[in-house]
Each structure stands twice: as structure tokens, then as C-alpha cells.
Design a binder for this molecule. Structure first.
Ligand code: HEC
Length: 148
């Protein structure tokens, strides 16, 4: 079931762009060729992506009121409305293509603001990690759902 969902991800994103969200998203990278992640350690692997690519700007909430600093950066993402466009939610657990965070790192035109990291792109493997983390319910640890 999961592999089926993921194979059709690009089509889903395009369908959303034309149906639900006027003006976006578009220019999204395919991550279908990357092996899915099934194990997560937010504070280690995902926080490392923020530390290395985002926190020069997303420090103390300076860019778009969004702090991605450790610890507890997830509290600024999960179920938090976007500051730039409050019709978006930053992370919707279980639904990556409804999550502005994922659209911002996956699409040249995310539908609100510009692609992140501003002036660059994350690798397909990093994009896949964020996609799978959200799709699996944005857990803090492992492949379990013990903490939400
Ligand atoms: C060079 C500075 C800079 C870097 C680096 C950067 N950002 Fe941003 N970010 C911004 C600015 C400015 C905005 C507000 C404008 C916009 O949304 O395009 C923003 C907005 C966002 C938003 C939307 C927040 C909201 O509430 O609307 C998200 C999500 C985001 N960034 C995630 C990231 C992630 C993840 C990274 C690293 C992969 C990153 N950013 C790297 C400057 C940056």
C-alpha cells in the first residue's frame, strides 16, 4: 500500500496543485527513485538537516517566525499554521503534500513564498526523509507511533 502511494506521489502533487491550491505548487522534484525511510530519530537525523541547511535563517523565529533550532523544533512545525499564508499548515502528520514544510523543500513554487532552503535545494534523499517522516505521522523516534 505504501509503495503504491509513493509511486503516485508526483501525480498526487500535481493534482493538488490544480485542484486544491490556486497558484501552486509546481516544479516539484520526484523522490520516487529514493528508497523510503522507515526509521526515524527526529532529534538526530532531521534536526541535523535543519542545523546544516536552515538554522542560519530560522534562528529564534527570525525568518517567517519559524525557529528550527534544537531542541523541540518540532513544536514549531507540527499542526502549526504558516505565518506567510495561514491557509497552510507547516506539518500535517500523515499528509506530506498537505504540509507546507514539505512543499517548501520539494517544489520550485511551493504555493506560498519561495523554495527552501532559500537560494538552494535539499538532496532527493533529504527530501525523501522529510516526506516519509511526515507520512509516517511525524514521530519523534523509530518507526513506532508511541509518542503521538
Ligand atoms: C537564507 C535564509 C533562509 C534559509 C537558509 C532557509 N529559510 Fe526558510 N524562510 C526564509 C524566509 C525569509 C521565509 C519567509 C518567506 C517565504 O516563505 O518564502 C522562510 C519561510 C520558511 C517556511 C514557511 C514558514 C511559514 O510559517 O510560512 C518554512 C516551512 C521554511 N522556511 C523552512 C525552511 C527549511 C526547512 C530550511 C532548510 C532546509 C529553510 N527554510 C532555510 C529564509 C530562509
Amino acid at each position: 500500500m505504501h509503495s503504491c502511494t509513493r509511486t503516485s506521489f508526483a501525480a498526487m502533487a500535481m493534482a493538488m496543485g490544480s485542484a486544491a491550491l490556486a497558484g501552486g505548487p509546481s516544479g516539484c522534484d520526484s523522490i520516487a527513485g529514493v528508497e523510503p525511510f522507515t526509521q526515524f530519530n527526529y532529534g538526530f537525523t532531521i534536526q541535523a538537516v535543519w542545523n546544516n541547511n536552515c538554522d542560519v535563517c530560522h534562528i529564534g523565529g527570525s525568518a517567517a517566525g519559524l525557529s528550527l533550532e534544537a531542541p523541540r523544533s518540532e513544536l514549531n512545525l507540527i499542526d502549526v499554521p504558516s505565518v506567510v499564508d495561514p491557509s497552510f499548515t507547516r506539518v500535517v502528520p500523515g499528509d506530506a503534500v498537505a504540509s507546507l514544510l514539505f512543499l517548501k523543500i520539494n517544489c520550485d513554487d511551493p504555493g506560498a513564498g519561495v523554495r527552501m532552503p532559500m537560494g538552494g535545494t535539499l538532496s532527493a534523499v533529504q527530501q525523501r526523509l522529510i516526506f516519509d517522516w511526515i507520512e509516517n505521522g511525524a514521530p519523534m523516534m523509530s518507526n513506532g507511533f508511541e509518542d503521538r
